[in-house]
Structure formats: structure tokens, C-alpha cells
Design a protein around this ligand. Structure first.
Ligand SMILES: C[S@@+](CC[C@H](N)C(=O)[O-])C[C@H]1O[C@@H](n2cnc3c(N)ncnc32)[C@H](O)[C@@H]1O
Length: 407
């Protein structure tokens, strides 16, 4: 029996039901779930009893008892994983988890910090929050006997805990039931066997939970051998990079957010494995340098300073509002904002010209970033490559918008 057979045997013994799907190694995506027979939309493909979950309630008391009362589930589950022995009752499940090397090389939190400066702004902001959470959780673990050298077992090291913490970060689900909703959202995190092997796609199978089960249902037809994915959320690639250690490919902007939810692309081809229909790029570094102190103050006062984004189809409303401040008097701008007006075609043309100039300038900055990252020799080659890949996607989206504005 290989590790996947052992996992399935172990899971089925605990009531997990797999219908027409099985885990499989997939190049570039670790393990994923594939169809073992043709599937139809609406087929229930996985049913997981909540009795198999690892949660706050299943965490060992000797771990919970030595941590502060307000310790988050994330920190507790990570301690659980870090302390699991090879003889643990969870060993068939643990055996299919990604290796320490793959977690450490893919997740920016574990990268050489000198690479962090090259993350796009939204990714860096997320990373800083993650760092603060990890530092807080690790500080709590350090106060426990598990990190002490005075115990008979080897103590948990920072690297052990970081690996376990990132496993939890990339593999938990929110258990949403009327009962769990009484707890803060971050305390509804659970680990579930087999379901944690589904990879992410912009559109994927539905995941539902009740007090007794999690259920995953096919969103469309799948041929035998197709990868079957779920959607972790409507996440842009900067989020996926920091939280999950990958980016979905750039597809030239053809992925369709509003495609009727049927998971079909323009050619009738499934979007599975395709581009990220939720991707967007932060334009703050293009727009903010053009604003003087007075403009910034006005925008700040009305809640429009920063968080400017561009997706494959549109420049966001906040950007449109912010650029108008550079084209009209403060009084006129206040009136436009108060009345929710765009100021007409003439003003829109002026805003488009301004945006075009800012994007052309920023495109040069993006090209510089790519060159800088290509020339670095810190971190691992795969880490530099994913950074370059992300900046190239940003360059493509900016190029596409420049072309649209020039047309
Ligand atoms: C919940 S796990 C999914 C199973 C995982 N592939 C494994 O080998 O155990 C989430 C992780 O899978 C990988 N992943 C998920 N979706 C992916 C995708 N579309 N492309 C590449 N990697 C993906 C990332 O490493 C992510 O952190």
C-alpha cells in the first residue's frame, strides 16, 4: 500500500466517504484530488464526519493547559502538529502532508527576509500581519515546557513550529455552523483529512458544513483523471502567494469573474488550472506619488486615500475618484464626491490621459523590479522565480490597460 492508500483506508475506517475521487501527486502542485471516474455537476464526492476533524476540542489538554487562555486555535493546532510523534494516531494523515523543505521554500514567511522587500505592496502588507501573528504565537510556545531544553524529549525549535504553523495556515477550513458561529471566526479553524488535499482554482467544487459533516460537491462535469479543485476564496495572486505559496497563471485577462458561475471559459473549456479570474494589482505606487500633501489630505478626509486597484477589466472606483482630485478644483471635487457624479465625458478623458501617463511611468518601475529580482542571489532560485513571475503578471496587466487606454 502506498501512502495515499493508507490514508484512504485510515479515513474510511473513521467514516470518511470518497465517491469517484482520490489523492494523486500532481507536478508543481504537490498532492491534489483527481476524478477516478466521470463526475457530474452535483455529485457528492467527499463526505467528512466532523468526528475526524482536528479542532480546539481535540487538542491535547497538556498543550492547551500550558498556553495562555486567549491563545488562538491556529497556534494550538500548530503545537499539536509539531508535537505529533511518528506513532501518533494521525500518522497516515501526517504522512501525506508536504515536506518541511517544500513549505519552507514556497511560503514567503519562511524566506530569507532580504527577499521580502521585493514583494508587491499588498503581499508585503499581508506578510507583515502574518509575521506579527507568528511572532506572538511562537513567543507563547517558548514559555511552555515544550520549548524547554530541560525536558526528556527534544524541544520544539522555531523551525519546527514555523513548519507546523504554516501547515495549519495553508490547510485549515472554517467550520461554520450555528454553534461554531458563536466563537470568533479565527477560532472556527479546523483541520480535516483528505479534504485538505484539494488544490485551489478560481472556480471550484462547493464546500458545505453542518454540525455533523463537511461535504464537497462537484461544481461541473469532470472526466476521469481531471484534477478536481475547490475555491479557497476570491483571492488575488498577492494573497495566494503569501497565504498559500503559489500564484495562479496569468491568462491575458480572459478569465471571467462574471461568467455565470458555471465554471466554463469563453471557448466552453473549463477554467480549471487556468488563470486567476480574481486577480488584481495594487496601483498605490503608481498613483500616490502624483498626489501632493493637499490632495492627500482631501482624499484622506473623504476616505479615498490609497487602496487603488486594477483588474483585467477595470480601474477601480477609488482610483477614478482619486485621479479626479488632480483634474478639478477642491470645491468641484468635493461636489462630485458628495453627489456621486463622474463629471462627464470631458473629465473622464482627462482622467484617462492622466492614468495613462502614470501607468507608463510605473511600468518602468515594474520593469526595474523584475530586473532587480533577476539579479539577486539571496534566497532560493524558486523563490526569486515566483517573485519575478508575479511582477511579470503585474507588468502584463498594466500593459493590457495601457493598450486599452491608448485605443
Ligand atoms: C490545502 S493544501 C492542498 C494540497 C497540497 N497540494 C498538498 O500537497 O498537500 C494547499 C497547498 O496546496 C498548494 N496549492 C493549492 N492550489 C494550488 C494551485 N492551484 N497551484 C499550485 N499549488 C497549489 C499550495 O502549496 C497550497 O499551500
Amino acid at each position: 500500500m502506498d501512502v495515499f492508500d493508507e490514508l484512504i483506508f485510515w479515513a474510511q475506517d473513521r467514516g470518511v466517504e470518497l465517491h469517484g475521487v482520490a489523492p494523486h501527486s500532481l507536478p508543481g502542485r504537490g498532492v491534489g484530488i483527481v476524478a477516478t471516474k466521470p463526475l457530474k455537476a452535483g455529485d457528492q464526492i467527499l463526505k467528512i464526519p466532523t468526528s475526524t476533524l482536528r479542532t480546539l476540542d481535540t487538542a491535547r489538554p497538556e498543550i492547551k493547559d500550558v498556553l495562555p487562555k486567549d491563545t488562538k486555535v491556529h497556534a494550538i493546532l500548530a503545537a499539536e502538529l509539531a508535537l505529533d510523534k511518528p506513532t501518533s494516531e494521525y500518522s497516515p494523515w501526517n504522512a501525506v502532508m508536504p515536506s518541511r523543505d517544500s513549505i519552507i521554500s514556497s511560503l514567503p514567511l519562511a524566506w530569507d527576509p532580504r527577499l521580502h522587500a521585493y514583494l508587491p505592496k499588498p503581499a508585503l502588507a499581508l506578510l507583515r500581519k502574518q509575521q506579527a501573528k507568528f511572532t506572538h504565537d511562537w513567543a507563547a510556545i517558548q514559555q511552555t515546557p515544550f520549548a524547554s531544553t530541560d525536558i526528556p524529549n527534544p524541544p520544539i525549535t522555531r523551525q519546527d513550529y514555523l513548519y507546523a504553523w504554516l501547515l495549519v495556515n495553508t490547510r485549515t477550513f472554517y467550520h461554520e455552523t450555528p454553534l461554531t458561529r458563536r466563537a470568533p471566526r479565527e477560532d472556527r479553524m479546523v483541520l480535516q483529512p483528505v479534504a485538505d488535499l484539494f488544490n485551489h482554482s478560481g472556480k471550484g467544487c462547493a464546500v458545505t458544513s453542518t454540525p455533523t459533516h463537511f461535504t464537497i460537491t462537484a461544481d461541473r462535469a469532470y472526466a476521469m483523471g481531471d484534477e478536481v479543485a475547490i475555491c479557497y476564496g476570491k483571492h488575488h495572486n498577492d494573497f495566494l502567494l503569501v497565504e498559500y505559496g503559489f500564484v495562479l497563471p496569468w491568462d491575458g485577462g480572459s478569465a471571467n469573474r462574471n461568467g455565470g458561475g458555471d465554471g466554463e471559459g469563453e471557448e466552453g473549456q473549463p477554467q480549471q488550472g487556468g488563470g486567476n479570474c480574481w486577480d488584481e494589482v495594487c496601483l498605490d505606487e503608481a498613483v500616490l506619488p502624483a498626489l501632493g500633501a493637499g490632495h492627500r489630505a482631501l482624499l484622506e478626509e473623504r476616505g479615498f486615500l490609497g487602496n487603488y486597484v486594477l483588474d483585467a477589466g477595470t480601474v477601480c472606483y477609488r482610483t477614478q475618484v482619486a485621479l479626479r482630485v488632480l483634474c478639478v478644483t477642491p470645491g468641484q471635487w468635493e461636489r462630485l464626491v458628495s453627489e456621486g457624479e463622474d463629471g462627464g465625458e470631458g473629465l473622464q478623458e482627462e482622467v484617462d490621459r492622466l492614468l495613462l501617463a502614470l501607468l507608463r511611468k510605473w511600468r518602468g518601475v515594474v520593469a526595474g523590479k523584475i530586473e532587480e529580482v533577476e539579479g539577486l542571489d539571496v534566497g532560493q532560485a524558486c523563490q526569486r522565480e515566483i517573485l519575478c513571475a508575479r511582477w511579470r503578471q503585474i507588468a502584463s496587466l498594466v500593459d493590457q490597460t495601457i493598450e486599452r487606454l491608448e485605443a
